[in-house]
Write a protein that binds this ligand. Structure first.
Ligand code: BJ8
Length: 421
């Protein structure tokens, strides 16, 4: 990474602590990613994004901020990117996937909490994430109890706007969600000083839609047997999708997909022998590569993730029908409220999605992977297991965190599961 010390200092990054974080990542990335064989050439771009993780993009954000652009941080796929873009701001989905931040998070939050929430808090409290430090505002949501209450603590460090996500999907919930989106529009207009119009919203919808299409194209390619790309590489691409420049990201991903299409043609007739795994559950924020890395070190490949760093991020498009703000807000509200997160009751749509993906992706086994202390997903895991077993779909459940302490144990369990398939 180049020399960005001046920039980090300006952003208020704790340089000493940050050095420790930067020392861990290259080795971890090298061991996990660069040891893979026969990676597509198109992954070079994504490698360079990681190599420059706190450099190039932070500098880009800084240049934009000098021109008056606002940077808005998010932690959930419910926050509509379209609105942030339409207001002329930049959205960054913040990481929260490293064990490194947990210790600082525990200084202000209880220990028996989901590691994602502790990590997001620790990144800010410890001042070690230049993305977080670049944010003018954070958009929180009332998805789970842990996050809902964590925003109150985070608000002491950075302005937070909280969107109320309904917990059910009845007509009145759609109305509540549409009203939250309207309020979000007002908030973004106030923050940026820019009015969101039908034109600016439609343009933003197009940008986001192109990004979703490219991700869908990548996932469709993973349906081939063998998949032309590893689960690890796909996961990295999804994680980068949250903070890279959306237009550049889409272009680079489409270039990679062109290459993968060629690979598929060359691979014709070779069906591969690896077991095909679907992962469902809680999101895997950067740099959480733990489970993929374990699975793919065995005779298996992850070919789809039914989670928020997977299909929930890009499935279903926002309809661009309509010429009024009211209509476009309804379209946005409809698309987002169709995300099947365990924060909803009931949440049967998630099981329908898993069952559909099992067929579409030719899945041998499902791994339901949840972060420790995530109550909604932990409770839902029993119905997911029952519904899949009723359909003779093999499934195993894993609860874990960001530490590597249980990696050996997880590997043994996954090995036994693969043998059984
Ligand atoms: S739409 S999954 S991104 S809420 S893992 S913090 S739920 S205790 S991340 Fe999520 Fe939005 Fe739902 Fe997706 Fe809470 Fe669970 Fe932790 Fe979670």
């Amino acid at each position: 990474m180049g020399n960005y010390k001046e920039l980090w200092t300006k952003l208020g990054v704790d340089l000493e602590k940050h050095d420790k974080l930067c020392a861990v990542l290259p080795e971890m990335y090298g061991n996990t990613y660069l040891t893979q064989e026969n990676r597509p050439q198109g992954m070079n771009y994504f490698n360079s994004v990681v190599a420059e993780i706190h450099g190039f993009r932070i500098q880009e954000l800084d240049e934009l901020k000098k021109k008056g652009t606002k940077v808005v941080g998010t932690f959930c796929v419910f926050v509509p990117d379209e609105i942030i873009l339409a207001a002329g701001a930049v959205g960054v989905g913040l990481c929260a996937g490293s064990e490194f931040w947990v210790e600082d998070g525990e200084k202000v939050l209880p220990r028996n909490m989901c590691p994602l929430i502790k990590a997001l808090m620790g990144a800010k409290v410890g001042g070690t994430c230049p993305y977080f430090q670049s944010c003018d505002m954070i958009i929180g949501e009332t998805t789970c109890d842990g996050k809902k209450k964590a925003w109150e603590v985070l608000d002491k460090y950075v302005p937070v706007h909280v969107m109320e996500i309904p917990q059910m999907k009845r007509d009145k919930d759609y109305k509540l969600w549409a009203s939250e989106i309207k309020e979000f529009i007002n908030k973004m207009e106030e923050l940026t000083g820019n009015k969101i119009t039908v034109e600016s919203l439609k343009a933003a919808m197009k940008t986001v839609s192109e990004k979703r299409k490219a991700l869908k194209r990548l996932y469709d390619l993973r349906k081939y047997k063998p998949s032309p790309i590893s689960g690890l590489d796909s996961l990295l691409i999804s994680q980068i999708a949250f903070y890279d420049d959306p237009e550049r990201f889409t272009q680079k991903l489409n270039e990679l997909c062109d290459e993968l299409e060629e690979r598929v043609k060359e691979d014709k007739g070779n069906c591969g022998t690896k077991k095909r795994i679907l992962i469902t559950g809680t999101p895997m924020a950067l740099p959480n590569w733990k489970l993929h890395s374990i699975i793919e070190s065995l005779d298996a490949e992850v070919v789809v993730e039914e989670n928020c760093t997977g299909t929930r991020y890009f499935e279903n498009q926002v309809s661009s029908e309509g010429e009024t703000m009211e209509q476009l807000i309804t379209n946005i509200s409809d698309r987002y409220l169709n995300i099947n997160c365990a924060c909803f009751t009931p949440n049967t749509g998630r099981i329908d999605d898993i069952v559909r993906y099992v067929k579409e992706y030719n899945i041998d086994g499902v791994i339901d992977a949840d972060l420790a202390f995530c109550h909604t997903y932990a409770v839902e895991s029993s119905s997911v297991e029952k519904e899949l077993k009723d359909r003779n779909i093999p499934i195993m459940h894993i609860e874990t965190d960001y530490s590597t302490e249980d990696s050996g144990q997880i590997k043994t369990r996954v090995e036994a599961f693969l043998e059984m398939l």
